[in-house]
Design a protein around this ligand. Structure first.
Ligand code: FES
Length: 146
């Protein structure tokens, strides 16, 4: 959806009242994973709010990020021990997660076979991996840094 169409929906939902800016920012971040500066600039023009004022109000809250989240690469071990002890099922379940910035692939043996299934998220090794553990690590990695 284009920024303009998204902004139209926001204004329809909240009106042009500047006191709704933070609620709008939550919706923007939920939709895009961050606050695109170009989208914010267009929104400010439509709402007749100075960009600097909107940016400073939103950036006051540490929950908001202004840059695109980095791609998350998940590797699921398909070595014999992991494959037959939850690795195959884990791989299939993770592939159901519908996120554009997540890439999932299989790998073969991290040499910690007794702690199956094993997965990696970027460079972090997850032992006895589960979808819940993986989602928890992803959420930690996505948290904006203070
Ligand atoms: S088979 Fe998965 S770590 Fe060895």
């Amino acid at each position: 959806m284009s920024y303009e169409k998204f902004i139209e929906k926001l204004i329809k939902k909240y009106g042009e009242d500047r006191s709704s800016l933070i609620e709008m920012a939550f919706d923007i971040q939920e939709a895009y994973g961050y606050i695109p500066k170009e989208l914010l600039r267009i929104l400010c023009e439509k709402m007749k709010i100075p960009y600097a004022e909107a940016y400073s109000s939103i950036s006051f809250f540490k929950d908001f990020r202004f840059s695109e989240p980095e791609k998350i690469v998940i590797g699921v071990c398909y070595g014999t021990s992991c494959y037959f002890n939850g690795g195959k099922q884990l791989y299939e379940e993770i592939n159901k997660i519908d996120q554009e910035d997540i890439e999932v692939h299989t790998v073969y043996c991290y040499k910690c076979c007794a702690q199956y299934p094993v997965a990696t998220i970027n460079d972090e090794v997850i032992l006895n991996a589960s979808v819940e553990k993986i989602c928890s690590v992803i959420l930690q990695q996505r948290k904006p840094q203070c």
